[in-house]
Design a protein around this ligand. Structure first.
Ligand SMILES: *Cc1c(COP(=O)(O)O)cnc(C)c1O
Length: 449
C-alpha cells in the first residue's frame, strides 16, 4: 500500500465508511481533477459521475470560479457576520433572491446543507411563537425523505439505516408516505395514477394542522432516499394544501438546486410555487467551497423584528456564516450559468440521457429506471415481475461499484440503487461513454446471479 494511504488509515475516519473494511479496500487517492474527470495518484482517471457527492456543477478546475476565489482571497478571506458585512454576501443575496421562486426576499447564510435545513426548521418554529401561536410545534416530512445528518434534520428524515439507531434522540413529528411510483404506497398501477398518495397528507392536515409548523420535502426528487423521482402534481398539491391549512412549505433544494434537474430549482417543474423557506447548499458554490443558505419571506422576517428585549431575535449563527470566499465562488458560478447559457445547453443533453437510460430496462437486474434532468437511477431487483428487492447480503451494489471503478466510473450505490448525478458540464460524448460502460458493468453482474 502507498505510504499516503497507510497514513490515511492511521489517522482518518471517513464518513459513511466501515473503517474495518477500509484496510482491504482503501480509499482512492485523488491528486487532481478537471472537468468531469478525477485523476488519481497512480495516473488513472475516473468519470465523476456523481459530481463529488452531488455538488460539482460546471466541472472541476473551472477557470472563472478559481479566479473569483483567488481574487476574493486577495481582499478578505473571512470576517464575522454579526455587526459586519461584505460585498460578496450582499451581491449574492440579491442574486439568489432574483432567481428564487415565489416571494422569497430574505437570505440567512450558513455553511452546509444540514444547517440550511436546521435553520429553516428553527425559523419556522420560532415564527409561530413570535406571532403568539404556541400550539404549532411539529413538522411533517416524507417517510423516505433525507434532510441531513444532524439531530434536527434526522428527526425529519426517513427512518432507515442512517438514523434508526438515533431514534431516542430525535424530536417527534408526522411522516406521510413517499410518492414512490415504482412501489406505489396506494398499490396502484402507474397508468391509473391520480396522485391518490396525497390523501394521507390531506387527512393529516385536516386533523392536525393546528399542531403543525410546516412540511418539509425535497422537490421532485428524493435524493438519499433512493433518487425517487415523483410526479409534479404531488408537489403542487402538497404546496397548495400547506397554504390552505396555514402550514409552512419548506423546500429542501440542497441536492436539486442549481440546474441539476434541468431548471435552476427543481420546484419550478411544478409551476409557480411560493415556498416559505428554500434550503440551498451543495451546488451553490458549484462544488468549490462549503456553504449554505436559507431563503425566506418578508412575512417570516417581520415576525422577528421587534425591541431587543422582545425575545423575538433569531439567536442562531455559525462561525463561517456567509464566508466571503464561498460567496465569491457562488457568485462566479451564477455568472457562468448566465454567460455560458448553461441551462439551455443542459436541456439539449437531457433528452439524450433520458432515452439512453431507458435502454437499461432490458437488463434482467433493472426493475425501474428513473430520471429527471441529469439525475438518473436504476433500481436493481431480484425479480422484475414481483419487484422483489435484491438480497442485501449479496452486496451486488458494492460489486457494481468495484467493477465500475475498473471501468473509470463512480457508481456509488445506495442500497440497491445505482445512480448518476452528473455535473452540468457533461458532454454528450462523455455521457454516451459513461452509459455504455455502466451498461456493461451491470450486465456482467446480472449474468453472475
Ligand atoms: C446532502 C443533503 C443534505 C445535507 O447536506 P450536508 O451538506 O451533507 O449537510 C440535506 N438535504 C438534502 C436533500 C441533501 O441531499
Amino acid at each position: 500500500m502507498n505510504t499516503w494511504l497507510k497514513k490515511d488509515l492511521k489517522y482518518i475516519w471517513h464518513p459513511y465508511t466501515q473503517m474495518a473494511h477500509c484496510r482491504k479496500f482503501p480509499p482512492i487517492l485523488i491528486e487532481k481533477a478537471k472537468g468531469i474527470k478525477l485523476f488519481d495518484a497512480e495516473g488513472r482517471w475516473y468519470y465523476d459521475t456523481i459530481s463529488s457527492w452531488w455538488c460539482n456543477v460546471h466541472g472541476h478546475n473551472h477557470p472563472a470560479i478559481k479566479k473569483a476565489i483567488k481574487n476574493q482571497l486577495d481582499c478578505l478571506e473571512h470576517v464575522l457576520f454579526s455587526g459586519f458585512t461584505h460585498r460578496p454576501a450582499i451581491q449574492l443575496s440579491e442574486k439568489l433572491i432574483s432567481l428564487a421562486p415565489g416571494r422569497l426576499t430574505k437570505v440567512f447564510f450558513s455553511d452546509n446543507g444540514s444547517t440550511s435545513v436546521e435553520i429553516a426548521l428553527k425559523l419556522s418554529f420560532q415564527y409561530w411563537r413570535n406571532i403568539g401561536n404556541t400550539a404549532k410545534t411539529r413538522f411533517i416530512s416524507l417517510d423516505r425523505g433525507y434532510h441531513g445528518d444532524t439531530v434536527g434534520t434526522m428527526s425529519v428524515s426517513g427512518v432507515d439505516l442512517f438514523n434508526k439507531l438515533f431514534q431516542p434522540l430525535l424530536f417527534s413529528g408526522y411522516k406521510v408516505p413517499t410518492p414512490y411510483c415504482y412501489r406505489c404506497p396506494m398499490g396502484k398501477e402507474r397508468a391509473s395514477c391520480v396522485v391518490d398518495c396525497i390523501k394521507p397528507l390531506e387527512k393529516l392536515l385536516t386533523e392536525k394542522s393546528k399542531k403543525i409548523c410546516g412540511m418539509i420535502l425535497e422537490p421532485m426528487v428524493l435524493g438519499a432516499g433512493g433518487m425517487i423521482v415523483y410526479p409534479k402534481e404531488y408537489l403542487a398539491r402538497a404546496a397548495s394544501l400547506c397554504k390552505k391549512f396555514n402550514v409552512h412549505l419548506i423546500l429542501d433544494e440542497v441536492a436539486t438546486g442549481f440546474g441539476r434537474t434541468g431548471k435552476m430549482f427543481a420546484c419550478e417543474h411544478a409551476g409557480n410555487l411560493t415556498p416559505d423557506f428554500l434550503c440551498l447548499s451543495k451546488g451553490i458554490t458549484a462544488g468549490y467551497l462549503p456553504f449554505g443558505a436559507t431563503l425566506t419571506t418578508d412575512e417570516v422576517y417581520r415576525a422577528f423584528c421587534d425591541e431587543h428585549d422582545s425575545q423575538k431575535t433569531f439567536y442562531h449563527g455559525h462561525t463561517y456564516t456567509a464566508n466571503p470566499l464561498a460567496c465569491a465562488a457562488a457568485l462566479a458560478s451564477l455568472e457562468v450559468f448566465e454567460k455560458n447559457r448553461v441551462l439551455d445547453k443542459v436541456n439539449q443533453v437531457i433528452p439524450f440521457f433520458h432515452n439512453r437510460l431507458q435502454g437499461f430496462r432490458e437488463l434482467p437486474l433493472v426493475g425501474d429506471v428513473r430520471q429527471l434532468g441529469l439525475i438518473g437511477a436504476l433500481e436493481l431487483v431480484e425479480n422484475k415481475k414481483t419487484k422483489k428487492a435484491l438480497d442485501s447480503g449479496k452486496r451486488l451494489g458494492y460489486k457494481i461499484y468495484e467493477q465500475g471503478l475498473k471501468k473509470r466510473l463512480v457508481l456509488r450505490p445506495m442500497g440497491n440503487i445505482i445512480y448518476f448525478f452528473l455535473p452540468l458540464c457533461v458532454k454528450k460524448s462523455e455521457l454516451h461513454d459513461i452509459l455504455k460502460r455502466s451498461y456493461r458493468v451491470i450486465e456482467a453482474q446480472g449474468i453472475k446471479i
